[in-house]
Design a protein around this ligand. Structure first.
Ligand SMILES: O=C(O)CCC(=O)C(=O)O
Ligand SMILES: [Fe+2]
Length: 320
């Protein structure tokens, strides 16, 4: 039996060399106390009204259809979904081709959970989030892992993820599987972090992660004792590479919600998971620092993403 893998804990002022060395070795690390208490408070305050207004589970694309999926994740279905998510990219692509739109819809619902509140579009919703997008350590990791293969990188996703009591564990997955048509060997495509906005414990759904799995063949399934919960105090983060296996944990508490904020950067020539051009009002973008505008994708990646055969920044700077 494999021994339980350790999740290295690093101080918030860790130097880039050490952080990069641990991420290269383990594919993940906890950064302790990386948000100031003022930032944790600010984020929680900014998000409160959205969390209150958002029911758990995925909203059906057709507002006329509301299905109660609260009992649908678990048991045999979860096992089938695990197999689906852990499949190699080729298998995943053929499963998707063989599935009806309803089946794909159901898979997405299972993946996102029925007792989990998810809110995206954070740059347009939280001034505190805008302030922290240029997170020192995460940008240093992105510089190291992404810049060898792109001219600039961009924000790929930002999501508030609140796991409620009774939620089952999310299927383990690699976030880079989002680009399933691009099979390994391939460059590192994303660098990510889950920030704890409440304390994360094994019982309340602290992210499950598998140190070292960024080096595994896609067919290798982890033993139970290779899976570690990112237990950390609010203000800490687990930083991980886009090919490290992980997933939200089960919340086995009676009345404790686990609130986390996820954000990740990807190679600047990829299509990002989240469409920030539509989710962030342009007036808000105009008031953001230039580095944030660039991270949101408002600078072309050489010839990709141009407007009028030039940089979209022209339009950000000069309102028409
Ligand atoms: O909620 C978590 O801890 C992880 C969520 C996650 O990995 C995802 O939704 O891709
Ligand atoms: Fe994920």
């Amino acid at each position: 039996m494999a021994t339980r893998s350790a999740l290295e804990r690093l101080p918030s002022d860790v130097d880039t060399e050490k952080l990069v060395a641990v991420l290269e070795r383990d594919g993940c690390a906890i950064l302790e106390g990386t948000l100031e208490p003022r930032q944790v408070e600010g984020l929680n305050r900014d998000f409160e009204k959205y969390v209150t207004a958002t029911p758990p589970g995925v909203r059906h694309p057709d507002p006329e259809v509301s299905r109660d999926t609260s009992e649908e994740r678990g048991g045999g279905e979860e096992a089938a979904f695990d197999a689906f998510v852990n499949a190699s990219s080729d298998d995943l692509e053929s499963s998707l081709k063989d599935s009806s739109p309803d089946e794909v819809d159901q898979m997405i619902r299972n993946f996102y959970g029925s007792k989990t509140v998810r809110i995206d579009g954070l740059p347009g919703k939280s001034p505190t989030f805008v302030e922290m997008i240029c997170h020192r350590a995460l940008l240093a990791a992105a510089d190291h892992f992404l810049l060898p293969n792109c001219h600039r990188y961009t924000l790929n996703t930002s999501q508030l993820i609140e796991i409620h009591p009774g939620e089952t564990a999310q299927a383990l997955h690699r976030d880079e599987a989002a680009w399933l048509h691009f099979n390994p060997p391939r460059p590192q495509m994303s660098v990510e972090a889950m920030f704890a906005l409440t304390d994360f414990t094994r019982e309340n759904g602290g992210t499950r992660i598998i140190p070292g799995s960024h080096r595994w063949d896609s067919s290798r399934v982890p033993e139970d004792d290779e899976i570690v919960n990112a237990e950390m105090a609010s203000g800490s983060a687990v930083v991980y590479l886009g090919n490290t296996l992980h997933g939200g944990g089960a919340n086995r508490t009676r009345n404790e919600t686990r609130r986390g904020m996820f954000m990740g950067f990807c190679l600047g020539w990829l299509r990002t998971e989240e469409n920030f051009f539509l989710s962030t009002p342009i007036e808000a973008v105009r008031g953001m620092p230039q580095q944030v505008q660039e991270l949101l994708g408002y600078e072309a990646h050489l010839g990709i993403g141009v407007v009028d055969v030039g940089s979209p920044m022209k339009l950000v700077r000069q309102p028409s």
